[in-house]
Design a protein around this ligand. Structure first.
Ligand SMILES: C[S@@+](CC[C@H](N)C(=O)[O-])C[C@H]1O[C@@H](n2cnc3c(N)ncnc32)[C@H](O)[C@@H]1O
Length: 232
């Protein structure tokens, strides 16, 4: 079973995320295991402080190496597979579907969520995590970024989605690499807008051809960069 371990100072942030929809059922059906770890359990002073002022001065607080490294060591040792360690960081490699696919081929991911000014740099030097950013903007903490990563990875795990095919044609997926086609459902007509006739005629070969054309047109107009190197 695929396993996520999330190291955070604020585990309650994940409560709603893990108790709704596909994640909830994947966990209940034991297709996925998610273990939250409150890093504060590894604080080593009487005030349970995980952070301290930066050497050299400046604003904010820094997460302490002598708390974070023992925490990661302890969590790694909780499973025979020591897992792949990922540090959420705005300075990391930009997350995308390709990286999600790589991560989905692992069996255990350990997600290290920062707060404040981030981690003492020696955490990186000692643990050599893969640093991952969800985009060029700064969040208060790594928790939301960890959720983004978890949700995109779990969609790719065999048997997690109800319809085994529904992730194969997603935008950016390895089978596609382009944007997904448009979709419609009932009613056939709403406020004068009518579903394309071809989708209603039951001719699957024609529908597939129409969708392929739609994928190409849509990608060309919205993300022409994705078409580089693709035969059209
Ligand atoms: C306020 S940020 C620290 C930002 C840091 N001072 C900098 O400018 O690089 C605190 C934590 O939020 C998380 N974080 C913020 N933005 C992120 C992003 N774009 N992707 C992934 N994690 C992010 C990281 O875990 C980071 O340690």
């Amino acid at each position: 079973m695929f396993r996520f371990d999330v190291l955070t100072l604020f585990p309650a942030i994940f409560d709603g995320f893990l108790s709704e929809s596909i994640l909830k059922s994947a966990i209940a059906l034991e297709k996925l295991h998610v273990q939250l770890h409150d890093m504060r359990g590894w604080a080593n002073d009487k005030h349970s402080r995980m952070d301290d002022r930066p050497f050299g001065g400046g604003p904010g607080m820094v997460l302490k190496v002598d708390c974070v490294v023992p925490c990661v060591d302890a969590v790694r040792a909780m499973d025979a597979n020591s897992g792949k360690l990922i540090m959420l960081s705005p300075q990391g490699r930009k997350f995308d579907q390709k990286l999600a696919e790589q991560f989905a081929s692992e069996e255990r991911l350990i997600l290290l969520c920062g707060r404040y000014e981030g981690f003492d740099e020696r955490v990186v030097e000692l643990l050599e995590p893969e640093e991952v950013s969800i985009g060029d903007y700064v969040l208060n903490g790594g928790e939301v970024a960890a959720m983004v990563l978890m949700e995109s990875v779990m969609r790719l795990l065999p048997e997690v989605l109800g319809d085994g095919d529904s992730n194969r044609f997603d935008s950016f997926s390895s089978g596609n690499r382009l944007l997904d086609c448009v979709q419609y459902t009932r009613p056939r007509e709403f406020r004068g807008l009518i579903v394309p006739e071809i989708l209603l005629n039951g001719n699957h070969a024609e529908i597939t051809r129409w969708r392929m054309e739609n994928i190409l047109q849509r990608t060309k107009s919205r993300r022409p960069d994705l078409l580089d190197g693709v035969d059209q």
